[in-house]
Ligand binder design. Structure first.
Ligand SMILES: C[S@@+](CC[C@H](N)C(=O)[O-])C[C@H]1O[C@@H](n2cnc3c(N)ncnc32)[C@H](O)[C@@H]1O
Length: 301
């Protein structure tokens, strides 16, 4: 049953497609849904976001209801012990704050962490509020056998902080893509050096999550309502070697000392291990091949 969904991008409505998927079958997911920006919002520095093939203009209560339904379907299809990374932002409607927590707490997910995505730039130059340069990423967790805390991240991933700093993607025809580093970080941190898992993005747009999953040698399943973006994402997945920024992101997941070593030496501040200039690989293929060799020959932290 699941086989027919492996490494596919389905053009359709997220909720409808999710309802067709078997329960407890997906390892993890990453997504950024439409934000219900009502298509009348644009910053003074950027154009308003308008998707091809979908409107982003629901009454807010309906929007939140829909997001709860989608998130609960995702909860059903993800395996116990699985994670989902949900990118959203704080919005304001007639001066009142709309916070993603308003609806996330009404879903079945355990909210494991709120991560700040520091995009470093804001869309607006007016001063109604301080510059909103951040978005949020919610790490959602599906408990396994009643354990709501879940497994510990390996120290090389956990050394990354709860503030993720990368600028928005600019080299992409989609109006609102996230940078490849974002799903790469999420997937690699959870799946570590495992391969062959299944990663879902129910609003996959230009396919960034699917590209990250494929680079890390997992299967993917994408859904998007726009035939144009589905076509673009399928083409993009065939040109994987052109993806930029893979080494920069993955080489951040290497530490000098493990948790245990740091504890023994009472060192509370961890450090990344910097890659020496002469050891910089030419392509991310070389980088991954070397990392796999290392992982095969000795335990990595
Ligand atoms: C914020 S964008 C996702 C961008 C993606 N993360 C990327 O990097 O390209 C949201 C996407 O949701 C899609 N969308 C809007 N309504 C949808 C629906 N009901 N079902 C599935 N996809 C939908 C839009 O076409 C858009 O591509």
């Amino acid at each position: 049953m699941l086989k027919k969904f492996l490494d596919k991008i389905i053009c359709g409505d997220a909720l409808r497609v999710l309802k067709k998927l078997p329960s407890n079958s997906i390892d993890m997911g990453v997504t950024s849904p439409p934000y219900n920006k009502r298509e009348n919002k644009k910053g003074w520095l950027v154009d308003k976001v308008v998707y091809k093939g979908a409107t982003d203009n629901l009454p807010e209560a309906k929007y939140q209801e829909l997001q709860i339904k989608v998130l609960n379907e995702l909860y059903r299809v993800v395996k116990p012990g699985g994670s989902f990374f949900y990118n959203h932002k704080i919005r304001w409607e007639k001066g009142l704050m709309l916070h993603p927590m308003d609806w996330l707490r009404k879903t079945k997910w355990v909210i494991r962490q709120e991560i700040i995505w520091d995009r470093r730039i804001a869309a607006n130059i007016r001063g109604w509020r301080f510059w909103q340069v951040e978005e949020r990423i919610y790490w959602l967790y599906k408990p396994k056998r009643g354990n709501i805390i879940g497994d510990e991240l390996r120290s090389k991933h956990a050394l990354l902080t709860s503030i993720w700093r990368f600028p928005p993607e600019t080299n992409n025809p989609h109006p609102a893509p996230f940078p490849l580093a974002l799903p790469l970080r999420a997937i690699y941190s959870i799946m570590d050096n495992k391969k062959g898992g299944l990663v879902i993005d129910p609003y996959c747009g230009s396919g960034t999550t699917l590209v990250a999953a494929k680079i890390l040698k997992h299967h993917y399943l994408g859904i998007d309502i726009s035939a144009d973006y589905v076509k673009y994402a399928r083409e993009r997945l065939k040109r994987l070697s052109e993806e930029k920024g893979v080494i920069e992101e993955l080489s951040k997941h290497v530490v000098k000392k493990t948790f245990k070593e740091r504890k023994q030496r009472r060192e509370f501040v961890g450090r990344y291990r910097k890659m020496e200039a002469d050891k910089q690989p030419d392509t991310w293929f070389d980088y991954l091949a070397r990392r796999d060799l290392l992982a095969g020959s000795k335990a990595t932290n």
